[in-house]
Design a protein around this ligand. Structure first.
Ligand code: FAD
Length: 321
């Protein structure tokens, strides 16, 4: 298998833009076939790597027979590591599991990384994760990593053969290539874009190899961000992440949940639509236009957020790759 950094270097050398995408594990109770049904139609575009998101625990409240509410901890989309192994086995393509600080102690993280290493997974995306849905702020676990930078440091330690138990002797070194997240319109908690870029740089200095951005709908956000990152001394690749708008609801949900702006023209186009299909088509066309401009600017990879459905990503890939 190959490191994502090498896939990116190859694309830069060949002056070619590669296609890659991110999938979500299915909801608990569903079969892995639902994943394959979404990946199969995209394989003709030869993605060098596929990301698989990680979904942390949520709290749900169930009414007991005595009328009191019982708090239960559930993970609605488990299976990230298993799906990655299945992808590598079935398609012979590098799978990139997302690993979070949230919900993990450092010991859990180490064991998670050992599993991935044993499965032949060589790439990971290191993320902090968000707050648990019912809570306002992110809280790290006791003995867990607080920021993505801490997680990158732990992975790099393991790459050097340094496990949490310092008494271990003659340890095996892992060899993970690490990606991290960047936010063209700044992370919603960051006080300023400069501060956010400052901490992005720290993640890269800690050993991450590349950045994948949060979605954006105006390419100027990406171009300005890359410029600011380069001015701040960041030299590593910054892969644009694109999500085709798919529903009217997303017009409000995306800005609110991800702190990402929507250009007026796109909003107006969506509001004019009379059917859900028409909205999906506007989203596809917008994403095609974004992709074309980004390819012209020489990005080595375009990374698409599939959100579990691949028909719109396929339509974009057909027009672009
Ligand atoms: P960090 O890099 O830790 O940054 C979090 C905030 O803290 C930022 O505001 C930053 O400026 C600040 N900060 C960073 N370091 C420090 C420091 N040392 N001191 C003070 N402040 C600091 N979420 C999931 O749950 N599962 C996924 O699979 C997933 N995949 C994602 C993929 C991509 C490409 C992106 C862009 C996001 C993804 N997310 C995912 C969402 C992500 O977990 C959230 O955006 C989260 O709130 C921040 O994660 P981070 O890794 O960017 O955090």
């Amino acid at each position: 298998m190959t490191k994502v950094r090498d896939h990116i270097s190859k694309a830069i050398e060949a002056k070619k833009t590669e296609f890659s995408f991110e999938i979500l594990p299915p909801l608990k109770g569903q079969n892995i076939d639902t994943i394959f049904e979404n990946i199969d139609p995209l394989m003709e575009f030869k993605p060098p790597f596929i990301d698989v998101t990680y979904h942390r625990e949520e709290y749900i409240y169930k009414e007991r027979p005595d009328g009191l509410l019982e708090k239960k901890v559930v993970r609605k989309r488990p299976g990230t590591v298993g799906i990655c192994a299945a992808i590598q086995n079935r398609y012979k393509v590098d799978a990139v599991p997302h690993v979070l600080c949230g919900g993990f102690t450092k010991e859990d993280t180490e064991n998670f990384l050992i599993d991935m290493d044993f499965l032949g997974i060589e790439n990971v995306m290191a993320l902090r994760g968000d707050a648990v849905k019912s809570e306002t702020y992110f809280k790290a676990n006791t003995n867990g990593n607080v920021y993505a930078q801490d997680l990158v440091e732990q992975i790099i330690d393991l790459n050097h053969g340094n496990y949490l138990d310092e008494d271990l002797q003659n340890t095996a070194k892992t060899d993970f290539c690490i990606g991290v997240a960047g936010y063209p319109e700044k992370h919603l908690e960051a006080p300023s874009i400069e501060s956010d870029i400052h901490f992005l740089k720290k993640k890269l200095e800690a050993g991450a190899c590349y950045v994948v951005t949060q979605m954006f709908f105006d390419n100027h956000q990406y171009f300005d961000f890359v410029k600011k990152c380069r001015e701040a001394g960041i030299t590593k690749p910054i892969i644009p992440g694109l999500k085709p708008l798919a529903t009217r609801k997303q017009l409000n949900m995306i800005p609110q949940r991800f702190s990402v702006g929507m250009p007026d023209t796109l909003v107006k186009e969506v509001i004019k639509c009379k059917t859900p299909e028409a909205i999906r088509q506007v989203g596809v066309e917008w994403s095609i236009a974004q992709s074309k401009e980004l390819i012209k600017a020489g990005v080595p990879v375009l990374h698409y957020y599939s959100m579990g459905k691949s028909d719109n990503i396929k339509a974009i890939a057909e027009a672009i790759f």
